[in-house]
Design a protein around this ligand. Structure first.
Ligand SMILES: [Zn+2]
Length: 100
């Protein structure tokens, strides 16, 4: 379950991240740093498939993570720091693709 299933021939020349997690350089609204929050994998019960990151010439299955602060607030992965648009935690698009 931990290893993404990669289809040979679908990889791009450039590296694409396979585990996507929110940045921890900010603080929660409660004041605690996100670096102290629990990191958990996002898994959709409704969509029985893994998240997919779409690039220019390929797509790969990825793991999307989110941070859960001890106060209960969840910080979702928005992809901005990685140049990725996170549509719904299931479909993610490389900005390279969007600019084509
Ligand atoms: Zn908090």
């Amino acid at each position: 379950m931990q290893d993404p299933i990669l289809q040979p021939g679908l990889r791009t020349s450039g590296p694409m991240p396979q585990v996507l997690s929110p940045g921890t350089d900010e603080v929660c609204s409660c004041g605690q740093p996100w670096s102290a929050a629990a990191c958990e994998r996002v898994f959709s019960q409704r969509e029985q498939r893994r998240p997919v990151l779409y690039g220019i010439s390929s797509c790969i299955e990825v793991e999307v993570q989110q941070l859960r602060c001890s106060c209960g607030t969840i910080k979702r992965y928005d992809g901005a720091s990685d140049g990725i648009l996170n549509l719904n935690n299931l479909d993610l698009f490389s900005h390279e693709l969007l600019e084509e």
